[in-house]
Design a protein. Structure first.
Length: 560
């Protein structure tokens, strides 16, 4: 008679989840998980486990994603060519075309290493919490709750601040269109606030009331974005012909008027999809490759058609719109082309809000945030984390109110988002590199099919860590070497504040109520069960059938 199933516990000797085959059925009243009790286990009631199970199963709007919609979500969050074009006024005086084009190549390599490193982890541990779940799994058991708590706070702060960047960029794009059509126009802070709020409200309504349409929205996002980039490239090249900048200017000119050298990068994580161990790694890699290649071609064309770089840097219309105006020589034509990046910003707003709200919901479900019980509830009708969505949107609008009083403080919050996210990504990668790759082969788990191997894996980890360390430091630097009160980058103050808050709340609340992801083994079992159902439903390939036949033949010979 087989032994009775044992509660799922964390293997303290290896800091790996114990066998998933030992998980009891959900009819049991208690499941075990690595926790704060003296025996190394924390037990949850039937109601708590049902809540966790529903939380994973009720994200139907994400479980319906096709591969195109998944890559579309990742791509619209990256928003590569739009974001890079919007930063022309910063990059041109900070290194010129050389820093822009070849810096983008370096950024692409760093982001690709980051995506590959994270995709290895999510391939084995596809959970909704992302980096802070990974940090808990890969940490030494005695440090796992504290490390995952801090990583969770950094990830939550990063995603929330990142959501605000979309409304800010959208405001600049729209105000620029008006400024180009009305010379002498002076921008007012309240105008940016109104546009910002409008974009965030639209993204909120889409996420709450049109959640079933999100896969189609994200599929449309990547098609719209790539179509827009191609249209702008074709129109500007045709209109600017034959008056192009020289190849020497585009590929070799270096300009630095700030005293610093800098590169920009974006890295984002996509979660909660069907067959996550396969689809997420593919989407992460594809999004980086598509984003980097399209951005490089787009920026190269802008540099060729640019006639007056100084005017691009100082234009009140914005760098991208000014460049398109110089190329086309027509105000109406340039404004029409600006519609493509403007709509792309709304796609980015809804995509980032979607990811940020899932991060908020997952962290609240694990008791990582104040008012966790309230924030972790799903809408009973739509199964959407509407409270998490509304909280994220509310905080973004609060950030916009700060802009009315101090643009420097507002920009500090936006800049800190990249630093927070970089740290949340680097912690699990560093833990994997330090503690060993055996953590990616837990007992009883299927052998991973997505792996970088024992040589390329550590190399990718080191490249990702070095790249994010350097870029994070530069994101905390002021834009100019000679610092004044108005030019100071206060992102370092925001970073310090969140670091202090995360540590303080750990001692006040976290060490009592937070023991890591709630029932991590159960969440992984749900993900693996979905994978198994998917694999079983797929027809066997010819090679698989031949292999099975040979295996049965060998078994027959052995029995004989």
């Amino acid at each position: 008679m087989p032994a009775a199933p044992q509660p799922l516990a964390r293997d303290l000797s290896t800091s790996r989840p114990a066998s998933l085959h030992s998980v009891p059925s959900r009819s049991k009243t208690q499941w075990g998980a690595h926790g704060a009790n003296g025996d190394g286990e924390k037990h949850f009631t039937r109601g708590e486990i049902n809540e966790v199970t529903r939380a994973e199963q009720n994200h139907g709007q994400l479980k319906n994603f096709s591969m195109l919609s998944l890559v579309g979500l990742a791509y619209c969050i990256l928003n590569s060519w739009t974001a890079m074009a919007a930063s022309l006024s910063v990059v041109l005086p900070s290194g010129g075309p050389v820093a822009m084009l070849w810096g983008l190549v370096i950024a692409a390599i760093g982001n690709l290493a980051m995506a590959a490193s994270l995709s290895e982890i999510v391939h084995v541990f596809p959970t909704s919490g992302g980096p802070y779940h990974f940090a808990h799994i890969l940490s030494p058991p005695e440090w796992a709750p504290l490390i995952s708590w801090v990583v969770g706070w950094f990830a939550w702060a990063g995603w929330t601040a990142l959501t605000a960047t979309t409304g800010s960029l959208a405001g600049e794009l729209l105000i620029g269109m008006w400024a180009l059509a009305h010379p002498g126009f002076e921008e007012q802070p309240y105008q940016i606030f109104v546009i910002f709020t409008g974009f965030i409200v639209i993204a909120t309504l889409i996420n709450i009331y049109a959640s079933r349409l999100l896969p189609y929205v994200n599929s449309s996002a990547i098609i719209w974005s790539l179509t827009g980039a191609a249209t702008i490239i074709i129109v500007t090249l045709a209109c600017a012909s034959p008056d192009y900048q020289s190849g020497n200017y585009v590929f070799r000119t270096y300009t630095n008027t700030t005293g610093w050298n800098r590169i920009d990068a974006l890295s984002h994580l996509v979660e909660e999809v069907p067959r996550p161990h396969i689809n997420i790694p593919r989407a992460m890699i594809l999004a980086v490759l598509i984003g980097a290649s399209s951005s490089w071609v787009f920026l190269m064309v802008l540099l060729f058609v640019m006639k007056d770089p100084d005017a691009v840097v100082s234009s009140s219309a914005g760098a991208l719109l000014e460049t398109m105006y110089q190329a086309t020589g027509n105000v109406a034509g340039a404004i029409c082309l600006q519609v493509f990046p403007l709509v792309s910003m709304e796609f980015a707003a809804q995509g980032i809000l979607c990811a940020a709200s899932r991060m908020t919901h997952a962290f609240a479900r694990d008791h990582g945030l104040p008012f966790s019980r309230f924030l972790s509830k799903l809408n009973s009708r739509t199964s959407v984390p509407d409270r998490a969505i509304l909280l994220t949107s509310f905080l973004c609008i609060c950030f916009a109110l700060i802009y009315l009083g101090s643009s420097a403080a507002f920009n500090a919050i936006l800049s800190s988002s990249v630093v927070f996210l970089n740290i949340s990504y680097c912690v699990p990668i560093a833990l994997l590199l330090i503690r060993g790759r055996h953590l990616l082969r837990p007992e009883s788990f299927p052998s991973p099919t997505w792996t970088l191997g024992p040589i390329l894996g550590p190399i990718a980890n080191v490249v990702a860590l070095c790249f994010t360390a350097v870029t994070s430091v530069f994101f905390l630097f002021p834009p100019e070497a000679e610092v004044t009160g108005s030019s100071m980058n206060y992102a370092v103050a925001v970073f310090g504040l969140i670091a202090i808050v995360s540590i303080a709340t750990w001692f006040l609340q976290g060490r009592k109520s937070f023991s890591g992801p709630r029932d991590l083994g159960g969440l992984l079992e749900l993900a693996r069960a979905e994978v198994n159902r998917d694999e079983l439903s797929r027809p066997a390939t010819r090679s698989g059938s031949r292999s099975a036949s040979r295996s049965r033949a060998r078994e027959g010979k052995e029995e004989a």
